[in-house]
Design a protein around this ligand. Sequence first.
Ligand code: SF4
Length: 265
Amino acid sequence: MSGSPAEVKLVSNAMANITRRKIMAMLVENNRKKDEIEKAIGASMLDYHLQMLQQAGLVDLKAGTVILTDFGKNFMESKAEKPAEVKKDLIGTKPIEIAEIRQLLPCIADKTKFRIIAKFSPPLGGALKLLEPLFPRARYSEKIGALIIQRGTILITIYSSGNVTMTMIKSEAEAKETLEELKNTINEAIVKGVTPVPREKVKVDHMEIYEYLPKTDCKICGEQSCYSFAIRLIGRETTLDKCTPLLETKYATNIEHLRVLMEYL
Ligand code: SF4
């Protein structure tokens, strides 16, 4: 997109509608099958809405899957909530409560598991970054102003606005239990008022990387097997984007985990 007045108008028309904004918000999290979008927002005029977004260059439709274009991604990032200013210590930060568990959606990668959207209140704002050392596997993303925590197969993202998303959750009970544990760990640090000390760097080995690869040995990445690809990734001799099968919807959770693991290399 060149940013000409005509293109700007196409984008603003596309985003003027609440249904289309909802579709874009869904796509920020992951690529979505068209029928998945239909289930979430209804079938009414879905083709029309998708066409408007396509004309504006925000989305593409490939084999029944709707994806954000690079332009769409940049657009959504520019509209994303600005991360709160990072605080220097936890003094003045209020303990949090679980305000709500709003949605329990089937996980794209594994339909027997759920994706949860919940909320902590009050929002942790700029204190969030200071909490990173509390969790063995966590990193604060400056880009989205969120703390991303990996707990086994579960990925938890806490935003400075208080919103929380969790993937690969087995049940509502597990969601509640996980949120409760997070809340208690965070509140303990807040009550002490002590900023957690930076922890040792997490060690990631090739077997852990291999666990999240497709394990089909298709060789698209230029390696003989997924195992060799994992070893080359650990040695920083290749990059994750070479494994294009990971872009398939069924590997949505795997790629999220792999991106987190790559941060520790
Ligand atoms: S492209 Fe991905 S799935 Fe195929 S061999 Fe390489 S790592 Fe494995």
